[in-house]
Design a protein around this ligand. Structure first.
Ligand SMILES: [Zn+2]
Length: 221
């Protein structure tokens, strides 16, 4: 069971991560995002339906079963509980999840195009493989949630997915690392698109991704 001090700490970290996304300039015009942090096997903290100017005490505590246990969520946010809990359930190591409509990453989601790993930041900040696309389903619907679960099962090491015709969903050990990866992915998506004007992005040399994956596996074990 997570105690009050730990809960407050995770709430602070989520608020800082949200600020970091605005500072880094990876948010869409609407500023839409939702962020969550695991408290234990049954509960997590979730942003209430807005993130701009968010205060730690405005975060809601929700159960993986979809119940709001403390605080308040705007009605639209109820739909996104399932999108977060499916990731927490599938990945016991995940401590935080961030969903954004970051413009360049969302362009890949609109084109149903996986985002290749061809930049140093993606390699370094936890995604040494392409970001796969989850087929479209209405937000929070069974179709959408099942789609996420299926892709996570098929791609056991991915730390992010693109939600077709929607946006980006990224997950990591804590809020700060997850926000870093959102920034790395958005930056990489922008660079991919920019590189098309120059003849197209080029892959890393043979074996480079495998070497980084092996190094990460060594650190993790
Ligand atoms: Zn969304």
């Amino acid at each position: 069971m997570t105690d009050r001090v730990e809960t407050n700490e995770r709430a602070q970290q989520l608020v800082q991560a949200a600020e970091q996304l605005f500072t880094a300039g990876v948010m869409s015009h609407s500023g839409h995002a939702n962020l969550s942090a695991r408290l234990d096997d049954e509960r997590f903290l979730l942003t209430p339906g807005f993130v701009r100017g968010l205060l730690p005490e405005q975060l809601a505590t929700v159960g993986h079963d979809g119940r709001v246990l403390a605080g308040e969520l705007r009605s639209v946010s109820a739909e996104i509980i399932a999108m977060h809990s499916v990731v927490f359930r599938a990945r016991p190591q995940v401590g935080a999840i961030i969903h954004t409509h970051s413009p360049a990453a969302t362009a890949f989601a609109l084109a149903h195009r996986p985002l290749p790993c061809r930049t140093e930041p993606m390699l370094r900040f936890g995604q040494p493989e392409e970001v796969p696309v989850v087929p479209w389903g209405p937000r929070g619907s069974d179709v959408s949630v099942r789609g996420i679960a299926e892709v996570l099962e098929r791609r056991p090491t991915t730390s992010a997915v693109l939600l077709a015709n929607h946006g980006l969903l990224v997950f990591g050990p804590d809020a700060a690392a997850t926000a870093h990866l959102v920034v790395a992915i958005e930056e990489s998506a922008e660079a991919e698109i920019a590189a098309t004007a120059l003849g197209g992005a080029v892959d890393f040399p043979d074996g480079a991704l495998a070497a980084v994956r092996a190094a990460i596996a060594r650190v993790a074990s």
